[in-house]
Design a protein around this ligand. Structure first.
Ligand code: PXG
Length: 454
């Protein structure tokens, strides 16, 4: 479409999009009534521009993924070089490619201790579906096929495929027949703001962990194969676990010999100030899900990192693991992932999040706490939620749900800041390269928008 007038161009793209494109998680009628989708045309660093030249700070790094920021020539060139050399070959039936073998080794080098092998997929959802099969295959081959239950948590987001949506703990995603699939259960989340009542946060964290133990006992430990959790629950509203929570969950999993899966699709690759959230919270997982930041979102790739305990049964046994995707270990995506890890090392981005921009970002958002509508600011590293309420002391739920955060989110867009409303909190996960000045701008715009809604 070559149209000189930006407004006309935008209108045409919107019309075409409305006519033909079904969007994920979108109310199309509402979108049409509002004049159509926002059309993002280009991006650089931590900023986006729409087709009419309006600039936005990307407070979400795309969808929690563009960790290195936009416009990274290194990543583009890594993909191009690989595509010239070998654009595609598969990894099924005893074949491999140099780049995927090397990426697997790169991941083993940075992964939490002992997770030396990786099964590749293309999205977080696919990797979590892989995990369901991994866990059930593991127990079946050990002669304990009854251990097929997998326990997840409320507010969890593990993806949209039927398996991953089953693990997800959001009611809206279970609103069709057959979901969740059998033998998936949901335990409480350590979500103190909404559910902690009069308890101290640490006390509520232990109560949530106890809820996991009760679920295991109700199901019978001999029927439970694994527990899956995000170190910090992201899409559910950046639910930061209180001190002691993960240690207790770990203790419970060990006590009942249950596999522990850390879904690091958001937390991985520096987001929490370490390479993995498991390191931030001293979790020793049997499986780690990675995606998003693995390639900084430039190309789709994900994986399940596994340790010796699983590998010895599902890899080194007599039979093969009957599972795989055409694009498992795609060479171009793998080349981008390798370069992403290399850039993170060269630019010391994990250290930057831990020591510099992470604390600066959290301190900036914390200045909003003096606002009458801001009940809580919670976060770690470069992920955070600003919880809005009409009654701070009572931590009362906003009614109707969304009536504070949604207008604030809409105003933020109008004023050049991309954020996401989850119930009545605004969530943030900016690129790891966001500058101090951009953080200042983000906080300032957010404050003015909350003011306006107040
Ligand atoms: N696990 C976690 C922890 C995630 O956050 C997935 C798995 C699924 O990944 P894929 O690549 O299949 O989407 C995710 C994805 C949001 C939002 O609005 C969050 C995600 C995806 C899309 C939107 O917060 N997280």
């Amino acid at each position: 479409m070559t149209v000189a007038d930006p407004a006309l161009l935008t209108a045409r793209i919107r019309a075409t999009d409305i006519a033909h494109h079904m969007h994920p998680f979108t109310n199309h009628r509402e979108m049409r009534n509002e004049g159509g989708p926002l059309v993002i045309a280009r991006a650089k660093g931590s900023c986006l521009w729409d087709t009419e030249g309006k600039r936005f700070i990307d407070g979400m790094a795309g969808l929690w993924c563009v960790n290195l920021g936009y416009g990274r020539k290194e990543l583009v060139e890594a993909a191009a070089r690989q595509m010239h050399e070998l654009p595609y070959y598969n990894t099924f039936f005893k074949t491999t490619t140099p780049v995927i073998a090397q990426l697997a080794a790169d991941l083993a080098a940075i992964a939490p201790a002992g997770l030396d092998r990786v099964f590749f997929a293309n999205s977080g959802s696919e990797a979590n579906d892989t995990n369901i099969r991994l866990v059930r295959t593991y127990w079946k081959r050990l002669g304990q096929p009854r251990r097929r239950a997998i326990i997840s948590r409320r507010y969890a987001y593990h993806g949209s495929t039927i398996g991953a949506a089953s693990l997800t703990g959001l009611d809206s995603m279970h609103d069709i027949e057959g979901v969740p699939i059998p033998d998936i259960h949901h335990a409480p989340a350590p979500f103190w703001w909404a559910e902690g009542g009069a308890m101290a946060p640490e006390e509520h964290g232990l109560a949530a962990a106890r809820g996991l133990e009760e679920t295991i006992e109700r199901l019978g430990p001999e029927n439970v194969g694994a527990f899956i959790g995000e170190p910090v629950q992201g899409a559910g509203g950046v639910i930061v676990p209180p001190p002691g929570y993960w240690a207790e969950v770990q203790r419970i999993c060990r006590k009942y010999d249950i596999l522990l899966i850390a879904d690091e699709v958001i937390c991985g690759f520096g987001r929490t100030g370490n390479w993995f959230g498991s390191q931030t919270y001293d979790i020793v997982p049997d499986i780690v899900t990675v995606a998003k930041g693995l390639s900084s979102g430039y190309l789709p790739i994900s994986g399940s990192l596994i340790g010796e305990r699983l590998a010895s049964v599902v890899m080194d046994g007599e039979s093969r693991f009957p599972h795989g995707y055409t694009y498992s270990g795609h060479p171009a995506a793998a080349a981008v992932a390798r370069e992403t890890i290399a850039v993170m090392r060269r630019e010391r981005l994990v250290e930057r999040v831990r020591d510099d921009i992470g604390p600066y970002f959290q301190a900036g958002l914390a200045t909003l706490l003096d606002h009458p509508l801001v009940g809580e600011v919670r976060g770690v590293g470069l992920m955070a939620a600003v919880e809005l309420t009409r009654d701070k002391a009572a931590r009362s739920e906003v009614t109707p749900v969304g009536s504070l955060a949604t207008p604030v989110r809409n105003l933020c867009f109008k004023n050049g800041l991309v954020t996401r409303a989850v119930r009545d909190c605004l969530v943030f996960s900016p690129p790891l390269v966001i500058s101090h000045a951009e953080v200042d701008e983000l906080v300032e715009v957010l404050r003015s928008c909350i003011d306006e809604v107040a």
